[in-house]
Design a binder for this molecule. Structure first.
Ligand SMILES: [Zn+2]
Length: 313
């Protein structure tokens, strides 16, 4: 059993799960099965786009980089960093303007073999249940919730299957009782999931005061991008794979001509489940700022589309 330095490894809930997974997998000897989902090396945007072209079922993604920009903030190794360049400052500004803000994550019970589309559908419906209706209005008023913006975070491991999280930034117009708010919203979340036949543990939903600067928080909210890899920490590789890991491993498999590789199957499942999904979903109060950020990003792209140098990056 390796000695795991807690302070360096556990910096968010996902890492806590990774820690648990590493302990389990170390005992059961299944850690090696996940190495197929870690890329052999860091690849350039062009290499990743070429791999996507070989296997993607999405035409806009296959064409991205060929004098075309797909504009996806959740699949595309080329467009995601550009879109984030506009979205992150807009989210950070909403945090800066709020009297108080909190960071939350919501999860769902899952097991190997669960379809990502099913889990994601249940979570989307659960979120709508959580943040609508008369009881939500009462809860908002009681704690002074002025808005929220949510994103997605997905990891995958052999031992747990797809592990989706919804990271959320809540903004408040007064200082809330966070303990009470956490209990009440966790209860609503669990109740919302049950309506679609799914489950979660109320104690595993997190809400806490924000940490870091508004920019760091906004960056953290949007960290599920296809360029993000799990870092190796103190010589230990996390046993779950990020979308970036899966994309990189998929590129390895395409290069090797291994069309049956798990990474290819997982990337296709991810594409199918996240079709037309925006990187962030805001509440009504935050929406205008994010719509404006997306508009500016789009204008920037259109301006570059006519230049030949903008086609292969
Ligand atoms: Zn693109």
């Amino acid at each position: 059993m390796p000695i795991i330095p807690f302070g360096s490894l556990v910096d968010d809930e996902t890492s806590l799960e990774d820690l648990l997974a590493s302990l389990l997998s170390d005992q059961e000897g299944i850690l090696s099965t996940d190495s197929a989902l870690k890329p052999s090396r860091q690849r350039s945007t062009v290499e990743l786009l070429q791999a996507i072209r070989g296997i993607s079922s999405r035409k806009d993604l296959r064409l991205c980089g060929l004098n075309w920009k797909c504009g996806s903030g959740i699949f595309c190794p080329r467009c995601t960093p550009r879109l984030n360049g506009y979205l992150i400052p807009a989210v950070a500004q909403a945090v800066r303007e709020a009297h108080f803000s909190a960071f939350a994550t919501f999860n769902i019970a899952h097991r190997p073999g669960d379809k990502l589309l099913t889990l994601k559908g249940a979570m989307s419906a659960g979120w709508t249940q959580t943040t609508s209706g008369a009881d939500w209005s009462k809860l908002r008023e009681k704690h002074g919730v002025s808005g929220w913006v949510r994103a997605w975070d997905f990891t995958y491991s052999e031992w747990a299957g797809w592990n989706p999280h919804i990271p959320v930034i809540f903004t408040f117009e007064k200082i809330p009782d966070l303990t009470e708010f956490r209990q009440e919203i966790s209860h609503r979340w669990v109740h919302g999931l049950r309506k679609s036949g799914h489950d979660a543990l109320a104690v595993r939903q997190y809400v806490r005061e924000r940490y870091g600067t508004p920019d760091q928080l906004a960056r953290y909210l949007l960290h599920n991008d296809p360029m993000r890899h799990t870092p190796e920490r103190n010589g230990m590789v996390a046993p779950s794979s990020t979308i970036g890991d899966i994309l990189g491993a998929m590129a390895d498999a395409v290069q090797d001509g291994d069309i049956d590789a798990p990474a290819i199957r997982l990337w296709r499942e991810y594409e199918g489940a996240l079709f037309r999904q925006h990187a962030v979903t805001p509440s009504q109060s935050v929406r205008p700022a994010l719509t404006e950020a997306r508009r500016r990003a789009k204008n920037g792209w259109q301006g570059q589309r006519v230049t030949a140098s903008g086609t292969h990056r």
